[in-house]
Design a protein around this ligand. Structure first.
Ligand SMILES: NC(=O)c1ccc[n+]([C@@H]2O[C@H](COP(=O)([O-])OP(=O)(O)OC[C@H]3O[C@@H](n4cnc5c(N)ncnc54)[C@H](OP(=O)(O)O)[C@@H]3O)[C@@H](O)[C@H]2O)c1
Length: 302
């Protein structure tokens, strides 16, 4: 019988990609916080607010998942500095509820972030010391540590600068660059923040392989090249044939002086080493240029 997988935050960027990518392979129950969003939705998505213990307990008791993939998160990095209680409630207490209210043999897959590192000397391996520089990163690390301290079957996947063809997700850096350049709007992009951006479909494939292999542990997922956000934006412009002259460089300090809401400290020299992913799951990573060409095809962009 197909294994039962509960996806939380299934209307977010990654949750939606997992929902689409894993359906047909497993018995999937997709859930989202807001019932209002579900009215126009043709997919079968049930309401689950992970911070609500009654809602969580009832849903877990009726579905009894073999695996929970926790994509529910408060992902606003700057907002987390201002709304610490909410960020903590969703990112830490939400996971705690899922762990404590599910059956003891339910495997928990937690989605974390490169923001658990301080960004002083990335790219980082799974064994490197964590030291978050902002509150969002602190909540992601606290959640990881809580899960690791339980006697549950667990896995933690850390993406960085997650992107996809879903142009309406707020946390999709690609969508912001793509839509701005398409409208011929000039953008300033930070040139001193490095990462190896994670294509959501690559992430979904890795999670699929991990489930098939009953993998337990921490894995980093990203491209095989380390680039700044500015270089990422330039690569998008080149692949999609947008005007490169619309993109200008800015550094993180100048951006935070220019944009009042850009208040959280960022890990600058970040990025995730992907050797373990390739070794443990035999999952290949590709260049950002290659991944963007896949997206171009997916968006049917001429
Ligand atoms: N985006 C990135 O660049 C990036 C990078 C590294 C790691 N990550 C991690 O990857 C995971 C997925 O990120 P994403 O880009 O898919 O973020 P996202 O699009 O913001 O998705 C998060 C989802 O969680 C939902 N949510 C918030 N509070 C909830 C609650 N109390 N109960 C249930 N659901 C709730 C959100 O709903 P609402 O929108 O209605 O609030 C949203 O649909 C997160 O754990 C994030 O930390 C993301």
């Amino acid at each position: 019988m197909a294994r039962k997988i509960l996806i939380t935050g299934a209307e977010g960027q990654l949750g939606k990609a997992l929902q689409i990518g894993l359906s047909g392979k497993f018995n999937i129950l997709s859930t989202a916080k807001n019932s209002t969003k579900l009215a126009n939705n043709r997919r079968n998505v049930q309401k689950l607010d992970v911070t609500n213990q009654d809602n969580t307990a009832t849903l877990l008791a009726s579905f009894q998942p073999d695996i929970i993939i926790n994509c529910a998160a408060y992902t606003d990095v700057d907002g987390s500095e201002l709304n610490k209680e909410l960020a903590h409630q969703v990112n830490v207490e939400g996971l705690r509820n899922l762990i404590q209210l599910s059956e003891v043999n339910t495997h928990i897959i937690q989605i974390s972030s490169d923001y658990v590192f301080d960004g002083s000397n990335g790219p980082y391996s799974e064994d490197d010391h964590t030291f978050p520089v902002n509150y969002y990163g602190k909540t992601k690390l606290e959640a990881e540590n809580f899960l690791r301290g339980t006697r549950r079957k667990w896995s933690i996947f850390r993406p960085n600068v997650l992107y996809s063809s879903d142009l309406f997700c707020k946390g999709n850096f690609f969508a912001w660059v793509y839509k701005s350049l398409l409208k011929k709007q000039a953008i300033s992009v930070v040139a001193d923040q490095t990462s190896n951006p994670t294509l959501s479909n690559h992430f979904v494939n890795a999670v699929f392989q991990a489930i098939i292999m009953d993998y337990e542990g921490i894995l980093h997922i990203g491209s095989d090249d380390y680039i700044s956000r500015y270089e990422f934006a330039v690569e998008i412009a080149k692949v999609f044939g947008f005007d490169l002259g619309l993109i200008s460089k800015i550094d993180t300090d100048s951006l935070s002086r220019k944009v009042n809401s850009y208040i959280a400290e960022r890990p600058l020299h970040s990025g995730l080493l992907i050797g373990k992913l390739e070794k443990e799951l035999n999952s290949l990573s590709y260049s950002t240029n290659y991944n963007l060409k896949l997206l171009k095809r997916e968006l049917n962009f001429k």
